[in-house]
Design a binder for this molecule. Sequence first.
Ligand SMILES: NC(=O)c1ccc[n+]([C@@H]2O[C@H](COP(=O)([O-])OP(=O)(O)OC[C@H]3O[C@@H](n4cnc5c(N)ncnc54)[C@H](O)[C@@H]3O)[C@@H](O)[C@H]2O)c1
Length: 418
Amino acid sequence: MASDSARIQVRAGMVGMGMIFDETYRPFFENVKKRGLYDRSFGDVDVPLVAVASKTGQRADRYQKQAKSLGIEFQNFRGDTAVQELLKQDLSFACVATPDNRHFEASKAILQAGVHLLVEKPSVLSLQELDELVALAEERSVLARVVYHKLLDPDHKKLRTLVYDNVLQHVNNGYCSLLEPRQISGAQFSEWISGRNPGTYVAVHYIKLIDFTFGGRLKTITCTGQRGIVGAADGNTWDSVQLRLIYEYDSGREAAFDIHTSWVAPDNFPGYVEQEVQFRFDNGVWNGHSRKRGVEVTVENLTPIRMKNTINNHYNGTFVEPWGERSQRGYGVEVIDRFAREVAFVEHGGSAAAREERLKFVRSLHYADLAADRQVVAAVQAMEMILEQQAVGCPDCVVRYDGQQLQLLKPTQKICES
Ligand SMILES: NC(=O)c1ccc[n+]([C@@H]2O[C@H](COP(=O)([O-])OP(=O)(O)OC[C@H]3O[C@@H](n4cnc5c(N)ncnc54)[C@H](O)[C@@H]3O)[C@@H](O)[C@H]2O)c1
């Protein structure tokens, strides 16, 4: 077996050390430290976490102490120059898990430095930003990928498999709902919640699921929302959002999807989040409930606040494995492992002469490719445009997307006579 120093390295940087780092990136880096990353194409690769950047560096300080005992040692940069400092290190890839409206600047700096990028959902908030990052990744010959871990949820994989195999035929319409507890808007995100909405934060999971699973061309976006709990009733910080997307398919037929989101569900709700979908096809109906997958547990003095009654053991559950080892695993961690494999494959999966070919191949895997995220970004941008209008007293706008640009249509005054 090769010693640590003899092994090939794929070196990682991390921008943003908040909740999602702790839930998915941290277990990934800890797992990979223990086991390495192996594939026949690239061999036995180390993936060290080399450096992190965040606003205050406080959580990173705490993790730095804790991680040392696991053999994980990284540089901790904080403040306004943190990302630039991070990029002075020798990195193969960097992940961005900052608040939604701060993805672009960090992502741009990473790509400019010629470093592969993995950015949390929603990738960016406008088509202009997306196009700029895609062009930059192309120019620097690196990957620009987005995390949509719900595409790796076994239930969603099965849905897509049935659609892909034409067992479920032509989706007509559907609904999705994702409700976050109040602590998300009230405590977790209090630093950056102002002017934000839960649609951008979570509807995007389902926009991607719909876009990736059913394909088609996004045409029309409508949206409305409620205020008064997180912020002022006439302000621009939203409690809940209802979004509708209309798609058209090659057959000329259409489908409509309603996505309802909130981050003011009660904290004593029995699950961490409420997540439900229904999709109706020409020949079938798919009902999915990610919270009620079968387990309900009650423990005195623990549930439902410190522990939930309906726990998601598929996302990033902590376990004692049957062979005695403690683990943290699930699709939330798997999606990051998959990205590290894609980077290792591009850099070490064959001859240097064929690197461009490997890069092209990974880019063709659209589930995470930034260029393939265009309709999702269009939907998010349109939703924000409509909410912005509602906040200044012009509700009920509609946005049309022609594949290139978004066009905001304000409601006309005309009353239709029957
Ligand atoms: N995949 C998922 O299901 C999932 C779940 C939760 C969050 N997220 C996404 O992850 C991102 C972060 O969410 P979170 O819950 O971890 O947020 P958080 O508020 O817990 O953490 C944000 C982190 O970013 C850092 N930060 C803020 N501004 C920065 C800047 N300008 N430069 C460098 N660091 C900066 C903060 O210091 C903090 O470490 C968001 O985009 C969110 O949508 C994804």
